[in-house]
Design a protein around this ligand. Structure first.
Ligand SMILES: O=C(O)c1cc(=O)[nH]c(=O)n1[C@@H]1O[C@H](COP(=O)(O)O)[C@@H](O)[C@H]1O
Length: 238
């Protein structure tokens, strides 16, 4: 099992300038794990990745690729050159697509550089069983669907999955102990869940064996983001 002791901070901001404003609040010696998503990448592109990396932080580039295998493979080849530490795809794209993603990442990683970790989204933490039945017409339980996606991800040779903390124990049993479970939908007690349906506190996520937690709004929209970050980090490492 991996335990990444820093919560991964989801910077879901609309502008590059917001990233700078946010990161400048931290002591420069504090090295963070930052998640950059579609909103920022679509507006600021690779420059925002280079900027965050230049400060010595780790970057999870969360673009959730889901397309035909050939397109995913060539896109991963390009993303591998950006110097990010982690990228992801949707497991719903299938085993062939995930293998293609892995191949692209391997081919694109410059010699001497570590290959970014590749993980797959199972069922989004904003998806309830009702949504899954009505919209996706997957008529199993949500847990079965998540475990099926996790097994397909392991079969494709990826490093792990994005899942809700509620599913970590079953996923590890169905795959293997070193299979990464990165869990968003983390809410310290007393904070709003917003659009997240399957939430857990940092302490609970630690207890059930999550490897990484992703936290966005409880930090970025806190009155004091630095204090919120350190409180969540302390709770996660208890
Ligand atoms: O892939 C993800 O990171 C992801 C998958 C998922 O199932 N649920 C989920 O919330 N996320 C991301 O995790 C972050 C959670 O942010 P907050 O809800 O603000 O803490 C967002 O950036 C989401 O895009």
């Amino acid at each position: 099992m991996t335990h990444e002791n820093r919560p991964v901070i989801a910077l879901d901001f609309p502008e590059f300038a917001d990233v700078k404003d946010f990161l400048e609040q931290f002591d420069p010696s504090e090295k963070l794990y930052i998640k950059l998503g579609m909103e920022l990448f679509y507006t600021a592109g690779p420059q925002v990745v280079y900027y965050v990396k230049s400060l010595g932080h780790r970057v999870f580039l969360d673009l959730k690729l889901h397309d035909i295998p050939n397109t995913v493979e060539s896109s991963m080849r390009v993303l591998a050159r950006l110097g990010v530490d982690m990228v992801n795809v949707h497991a719903a794209g299938g085993v062939e697509m995930m293998i293609a993603a892995r191949r692209g990442l391997e081919a694109g990683t410059p010699t001497g550089r570590r290959k970014p970790k590749l993980i797959a989204v199972t069922q989004l933490t904003s998806t309830s069983e009702e949504i899954m039945h009505n919209d996706q017409k997957i008529m199993t339980s949500l847990e079965e669907s998540v475990i099926n996606y996790a097994q397909k991800t392991a079969e494709a040779g990826l490093d792990g999955v994005v899942c809700s903390a509620h599913e970590v124990e079953k996923i590890k049993t169905a795959t293997h102990e070193d299979f990464i479970c990165l869990t968003p939908g983390i809410r310290p007690a007393g904070t709003a869940s917003g659009d997240q349906k399957r939430v857990m506190t940092p302490a609970q996520a630690h207890q059930i064996g999550a490897d990484y937690i992703v936290v966005g709004r409880p930090i970025t929209q806190a009155q004091n983001p630095i204090e919120a970050y350190h409180n969540i980090k302390a709770e996660w490492n208890q």
